[in-house]
Design a protein around this ligand. Structure first.
Ligand SMILES: NC(=O)c1ccc[n+]([C@@H]2O[C@H](COP(=O)([O-])OP(=O)(O)OC[C@H]3O[C@@H](n4cnc5c(N)ncnc54)[C@H](OP(=O)(O)O)[C@@H]3O)[C@@H](O)[C@H]2O)c1
Ligand SMILES: [Zn+2]
Length: 340
């Protein structure tokens, strides 16, 4: 089968299209003919290799939608031709964390396409219990742009951030895959959304539903946000920019605000003034991926039309290296989708 594969870590140029042996489904697994596969920032970390090490050669791609092609032993609830999307969270399924619906905390937690061979190929193998049915009227390109971004934003805002109607939220890096999902989820939860993005993306962030949008390239935006909230600040900050904007993000919190951190794109050593922590009595909350129930809950909202995956471009798999470059250079808005 054809796959976008790399044999060593490095820049986008290490990603090449090659013919490789198709994966075989083991017991409890299903082989899926990939209809479309979405890209995430995670694919850049995995390709660069730092701090993530993977087995080589490696096929990335955590977000997959397609058709069941064949099933391994013991799988009787899926059949060839079923249209499915894959929950990229791989976990043991039996430990206390898994049973409590906290799969990302499982000791054996892994992510499809990061720790295993992923969906930037014609075929991919995944556990049968990770599949979720796609309604006939939802195209593969739409379903493939959703999983990782929407499940992360759903857990981060609804579960961890406990965002409620009439509260306010600041979403940084607003053109990103998770952030564009986050803006929609926050509006769905009836919150007021303040967003920070870079100049080329301002109009589209506003169109997605953000109530106020600030340009991070125009200087310190936190003063304008402070004025806009009448010197109160926001109830929740949803951030993955990390080092580059953390001081401003923390300063934007209201008393008893919740800082939800889901990444560190610009570096992990962010500065936090501890006086903000104790004086305003804020909460610092980490979040990673989501449990199976959260995945299904948010995918139902996507499939029902309440939330809309933001598809940046749909490109043939042949353009995988170019897609890495586009995402890395910050040119994309939402998620890039590759079709084999
Ligand atoms: N914990 C988890 O489970 C989880 C899940 C998904 C993603 N993540 C992490 O979260 C981050 C975002 O993921 P994603 O897939 O949404 O990424 P993405 O689509 O690449 O979005 C990242 C956004 O960050 C902003 N940004 C980039 N460089 C910046 C800089 N120098 N200063 C300020 N902002 C900058 C840009 O937005 P603007 O130009 O609009 O400002 C960019 O669109 C990544 O680090 C990823 O690894 C974590
Ligand atoms: Zn487990």
């Amino acid at each position: 089968m054809r796959a976008a594969i790399f044999h060593e870590h490095g820049g986008p140029e290490v990603v090449r299209i090659e013919d490789v042996e198709p994966p075989e489904p083991g017991p409890g697994e299903v082989r899926i003919r990939v209809g479309a596969s979405g890209m995430n920032h995670l694919d850049l970390w995995v390709r660069r290799g730092l701090p993530i090490e993977t087995t080589m050669p490696h096929i990335g791609g955590s977000d997959v939608a397609g058709t069941v092609e064949s099933v391994g032993g013991g799988v009787d609830d899926w059949a060839a031709g079923d249209r499915v999307v894959i929950d990229p969270s791989l976990s043991c399924g039996v430990c206390d964390w898994c049973r409590a619906g906290e799969e990302p905390l499982c000791d054996e937690y892994r992510i499809l396409g990061e720790h295993t061979q992923g969906g930037f190929a014609e075929l991919v193998v995944a556990p049968a219990r990770n599949l979720y049915r796609i309604p006939d009227d939802v195209p593969f390109e739409t379903a493939a742009a959703a999983p990782l971004a929407f499940l992360t934003a759903w857990r981060g805002l609804a579960t961890r951030g406990r965002l409620r109607p009439r509260e306010s939220v600041l979403i940084t890096g607003a053109s990103g895959g998770v952030a564009t999902a986050g803006i929609q989820i926050a509006k769905h939860l009836e919150a007021t959304v303040y967003a920070v993005t870079s100049s080329p993306h301002i109009d589209r962030v506003r169109e997605l539903g953000a109530d106020a949008v600030y340009d991070r390239l125009a200087g310190d935006w936190s003063k304008a946000l402070w004025r806009a909230t009448e010197k109160r600040g926001v109830d929740v900050v949803f951030d993955s920019v990390g080092e580059a904007g953390f001081r401003q993000a923390a300063r934007s919190l209201a008393k008893k605000g919740r800082m939800v951190v889901y990444g560190a794109t610009t570096g992990p050593k962010a500065e936090l003034d501890l006086r903000i922590v104790f004086w305003k009595q804020i909460e610092l909350l980490g979040t990673t991926m989501a449990g199976r129930d959260e995945f299904r809950e948010v995918m139902d909202l996507v499939f029902g039309g309440a939330l809309h995956p933001v598809v940046d471009v749909v490109w043939p798999l042949d353009r995988a290296a170019e897609a890495h470059r586009r995402l890395e250079e910050g040119l994309s808005f939402g998620n890039i989708v590759l079709v084999p």
